[in-house]
Structures are given as structure tokens and as C-alpha cells.
Write a protein of this length. Structure first.
Length: 274
């Protein structure tokens, strides 16, 4: 009986393929594949059938990276409140029906910003930098006054992800029992909800939002046409330019910080075990 139990243990252990290690923590293929499915489905909103082995390998690297960020955030005494999390989901995700794995990724994103706030401090962007960026990149500020949006609604998330993939890649979509297409409508840019504006910018024809949960239904918007284009004035563009330049500076600070953080950990990958 003891031999039988030992044999079962060894068999089950052999199936738990280790694909990475962080210090003494082993990360198994099963763990990564489960996390990958949740991330691909709930965060990227892409059909899992479209994923490739390369996608999985790249995800493994990001998965290990996110775990190190969580460890370092804990070491720094950083945490995320429920209110902060809910606000982030509302602005960036558009769906509150999230698995625990998907929530963990979003917590990591918020903690990353908190780490950057801690290490970057106050960063200033000078007026000269703003003006130079604006005039050197005028095409970025050529925006329509109005956009004609197509509206699609689907009850099922997996079906919504497939629909999003097709729309974003210019694949013809036909209305059926599951896919309901509303009458296209013209909208002023200023009247669009923040999450829609953020995902459709810079409002090129064909630009598509990820599925947004509204009252238990997943809604997708796609730019069908635009009109009244013009150049955004410098004064209106300043906040956008400042945000962009600050983001670039903050990302560089974080990159250097993460390189130093890696020195505190032993990391190994076994891609052949995926």
C-alpha cells in the first residue's frame, strides 16, 4: 500500500512540470496555462484558440515579472484598497466579472504604478518640450469632431472575444442569434465615456473597443466613419503631451528599478517544459 501511494505521488509530481523558478518558488506548466487562459480571455479579450506557443512563452516571462513586482511591492509596504481596484477596473477594463487570476494581474498593474510613484517622485515636463513634441508630431493631434460608431452586443464573453478579434482585424461579421448590431450613430468625441474614448483614440476608421460589460451584456464599439477633422490646438493638446512624456520617463525609471530588483532574486526558465 505504501509503495502504491509513493508511486502515485511520484507520478503526480512528474506531471507537475516546472516551467520557471523564482528563488525557491516553483511555477508549474498547469499554473501558467490556467493564468494564461484567464489573461487572454478576460484582460486581452482574445479567443484562446488564436494563441500560439510563442504567445505562451512571452506570457510566462510576464507572469514571472508580475510575481517579482508583487514580492517587491510587499517588501516596500505597498497595497491596493478595494476602492482603488474598483476605480481602476471601471476606467481600464469595463467588466467586473473577473476571475481571481485576472484580478491578480490588475492588482499588479496598480502596484506597478504605485512603485513608480514611490521611486520616480515629482517629474517636470518643460513648456519647451511640450511645444517641440506637439509640432514634431502634429499628425497625432489631427482628430475628428465626430465619429460614426457601430454598436455590437453579445451575452457570452467568449463569443464577444471572437467578435472583437474579427472586428479589430477587418473580418466581416454577420448578425446572428448571439450577435446583435445596433443602428450606427454619430457621436461627438467629447460626449463619449472615458473608457470608450481611451480605447478608440485616435479614432481611425476600424478602431474597435474591447468588450465592455453593460448590464450583464458585453458591448463593442467600432469606428465606421469620421467627419469634421482638424488639428487640436496646442493648449488643448498640452495635457495629452504631458501625460505621454511623463509616461515615457516613468517607464524608463521603472525599467532601471526592475533591473536592480532582479538582482535580489534567482530566476530560471524552462521553456521546453511548457
Amino acid at each position: 500500500m505504501v509503495r502504491f501511494l509513493l508511486l502515485l505521488f511520484l507520478i503526480s509530481f512528474s506531471f507537475a512540470k516546472v516551467v520557471a523558478r523564482i528563488d525557491k518558488e516553483a511555477i508549474t506548466s498547469e499554473e501558467v496555462r490556467e493564468a494564461f487562459g484567464a489573461y487572454w480571455r478576460e484582460i486581452l479579450h482574445l479567443p484562446i484558440a488564436r494563441a500560439t506557443s510563442r504567445d505562451l512563452q512571452e506570457f510566462l516571462v510576464e507572469y514571472v515579472r508580475s510575481k517579482i513586482i508583487m514580492m517587491e511591492a510587499k517588501r516596500m509596504g505597498l497595497s491596493v484598497s478595494n476602492a482603488e481596484f474598483e476605480d481602476y477596473v471601471e476606467k481600464h477594463v469595463g467588466s467586473k466579472r473577473l476571475s481571481s487570476i485576472a484580478k491578480e494581474f490588475l492588482y499588479t498593474e496598480i502596484l506597478t504604478q504605485k512603485i513608480i510613484d514611490r521611486i520616480a517622485g515629482n517629474m517636470d515636463i518643460k513648456d519647451g518640450q511640450i511645444t517641440a513634441y506637439y509640432y514634431l508630431n502634429l499628425r497625432e493631434f489631427k482628430l475628428p469632431a465626430q465619429v460614426l460608431l457601430e454598436r455590437y452586443s453579445v451575452d457570452n464573453l467568449d463569443r464577444a472575444n471572437e467578435l472583437y478579434y474579427n472586428l479589430a482585424n477587418g473580418i466581416t461579421v454577420k448578425e446572428d442569434r448571439e450577435i446583435k448590431k445596433g443602428q450606427p450613430m454619430w457621436y461627438s468625441i467629447q460626449t463619449l465615456p472615458e473608457i470608450v474614448r481611451r480605447q478608440l483614440y485616435p479614432y481611425d476608421v476600424g478602431k474597435t473597443t474591447k468588450p465592455i460589460e453593460v448590464g450583464g451584456v458585453y458591448v463593442i464599439f467600432r469606428v465606421a466613419e469620421k467627419r469634421g477633422s482638424g488639428i487640436m490646438p496646442l493648449e488643448e493638446a498640452k495635457p495629452i503631451v504631458i501625460e505621454k512624456l511623463l509616461r515615457e520617463k516613468r517607464q524608463e525609471v521603472f525599467r532601471r528599478w526592475f533591473q536592480e530588483a532582479l538582482k535580489r532574486h534567482s530566476v530560471e526558465f524552462y521553456f521546453g517544459q511548457l
